[in-house]
Write a protein that binds this ligand. Structure first.
Ligand code: NAP
Ligand code: MG
Length: 498
């Protein structure tokens, strides 16, 4: 594609990247897909094509797995002292920072993410995860086991799990890549990473930075392509030791089935339908903007989004009016516009899906307090939406919409068990938040909510030290924190007769 055709708001570096070839990274080299096929990737703010990308499939997965296996078994990677892996990861983080503007622009263009928050929040959080997790490379210790008869010496070792396949979604592409790559690299694993079809670009730019940082060849392989071909081949591959997936529950189930063949380890980061529970004593000057952010951030395309509001009858109207007021003020616009606070949804498919849910809600009797429809006819913009008169029988309350749609429900109850039961009435268990000034209510609710992350007067956190993952059908395992390393290590028991 011609550099002249690209968005004039992009800086020179992003333009140059777009004008280049977008190939797969296998064994330290950039290569075309073996089939020679490419696919188009889009700007969801306009629907326009921005690049052609290599369309990898099973044959490329075979090549990438062979390179990752070679790098794991015979390459220098896992034999490096932890300190050397730490330093390389820090170097990568430094390069991400150095090229931060370019990465933020590319992510904004390809994923429809407003540039300001992309630059200030997600890119920084991605860099933080690399830096934090890098430190674990020197802290992966086993234990000595005491208490055996005196003529034995026993201990454990923590070793890298091997070659890992990583399949990530489109809603936070760089951040998802960082969450996946960081613990694998710190542990000494080698990786085959597949970005989502909608958002392949920043993973490929990250691949260039990985080479520039000096990671040995084959340690990180990046294969753009489609789920049912490249993704399925990763999940089923007999020489991959572990697969880590973030995305829908539907595909999570396919991954599990595919992983059966060689019983590879599986970790899953799936969806959510997280409750935001507001008590009558809550500070509404915090709860209103907090709840609005919890659902409208990234156009609601966030697995931990606070998509079910439970507000006490005494504050329900104020909460709903306040959130609807905040929604009306949000500046929707093209992701690269400096003024934009909320960008488009990622694709026509996602716009149809979200609009379809709102329609189902309307038909089932929900009241559309604000929003409820597409904005404009160019790009995939959806108005921030609040639905009231909703109940647990409706699909809008039960299912993950993955868009800027809040379902508001009222409770008139003092019984925390009953409130928690309502909040927990979902197959998901990813996140939740409680808004109150009462410490006792806060702690009691924290104990009662069945979810992997619970906030008190805040919804969610991107801190790299905090483990993230789901109860129930929101997934298996925890990413980030020390727990994140458990997904990438095996424990070996060693016993010695003295
Ligand atoms: P998805 O299909 O689950 O996609 C996630 C990743 O899995 C992508 O890389 C995808 O590749 C890959 N994939 C798809 N089919 C596969 C297969 N058979 N084997 C292996 N990998 C496969 O998500 P989506 O279709 O883009 O979005 C659908 C819904 O999922 C959303 O509306 C949302 O509710 C949910 N979702 C949740 C999260 C989350 O963070 N929890 C993230 C994204 C989506 P392709 O991109 O090439 O299809
Ligand atoms: Mg898909």
């Amino acid at each position: 594609m011609n550099a002249r055709d690209v968005d004039p708001r992009l800086g020179e570096a992003a333009k140059k990247f777009l004008a280049g070839k977008h190939q797969a990274l296998i064994g330290g080299k950039w290569v075309d897909a073996k089939s020679g096929k490419t696919f188009e990737t889009y700007d969801p703010s306009t629907g326009g094509v921005i690049a052609q990308v290599a369309e990898c499939d099973a044959a490329d997965v075979d090549a990438a797995v062979a390179a990752a296996r070679q790098a794991f078994e015979s390459g220098p990677w896992r034999a490096l002292p932890g300190k050397e892996r730490t330093l390389l990861m820090w170097k990568l983080a430094d390069l991400m920072e150095k090229h931060g503007e370019e990465l933020a622009e590319l992510e904004s263009l390809n994923g429809g993410k407003p540039l300001g928050p992309m630059r200030e929040v997600e890119l920084k959080a991605s860099i933080d995860v690399l830096r934090y997790t890098a430190g674990w490379a020197t802290k992966l210790n086993g234990e000595t086991i005491q208490g055996l008869p005196k003529n034995f010496h026993a201990y454990t070792l923590r070793e890298p799990i091997g070659v890992v396949g990583q399949i990530i979604p489109w809603n936070s592409p760089i951040m998802m890549a960082a969450w996946k790559l960081a613990p694998a690299l710190a542990a000494g694993c080698t990786v085959v990473l597949k970005p989502a079809e909608q958002t392949p670009l920043t993973a490929l730019r990250l691949g260039q930075l990985i080479l520039e940082a000096g990671f040995p060849e084959g340690v990180v392989n990046i294969l753009p392509g489609f789920g049912p071909t490249a993704g399925a081949a990763i999940a089923a591959h007999p020489d991959i030791d572990k697969v880590a997936f973030t995305g829908s529950g539907e595909v999570g189930r396919l991954i599990l089935q595919a992983a059966c063949g060689n019983l590879k380890k599986v970790s899953l980061e799936l969806g959510g339908k997280s409750p935001v529970i507001v008590f009558p004593d809550a500070d509404l000057s915090l709860a209103v903007p907090g709840a609005a952010r919890a659902i409208f951030n990234n156009s609601g395309q966030v697995c931990a989004a606070g998509s079910r509001l439970y507000a006490h009858a005494k504050v329900f109207d104020k909460m709903v009016e306040g959130i609807a007021g905040a929604a009306a003020k949000i500046r929707l616009g093209q992701a690269l516009d400096a003024q934009t606070q909320m960008g488009p949804l990622v694709s026509q498919e996602q716009l149809d899906r979200v609009s379809g849910y709102v329609e189902q809600g309307r038909k089932a009797g929900a009241e559309v307090v604000t929003g409820g429809s597409r904005v404009g006819n160019t790009g995939y913009f959806m108005a921030p939406t609040v639905l009231a008169n909703t109940d647990a029988g409706m699909s809008v309350v039960r299912e993950e919409i993955f868009g800027p749609v809040l379902c508001a429900m009222r409770f008139d109850d003092e019984d925390l068990d009953r409130i928690a039961r309502e909040a927990n009435r979902t197959m998901y268990g990813l996140a939740g938040s409680v808004w109150t000034r009462d410490l006792s209510t806060a702690h009691k609710m924290v104990q009662r909510i069945r979810a992997g992350t619970v906030g008190v007067n805040v919804h969610g956190s991107l801190d790299p030290a905090m483990p993230f993952g789901g109860y129930k059908q929101s997934g298996w395992g925890r990413e980030k924190g020390g727990e994140g390393l458990d997904l990438y290590t095996e424990v070996k028991s060693v016993i010695m007769s003295l």
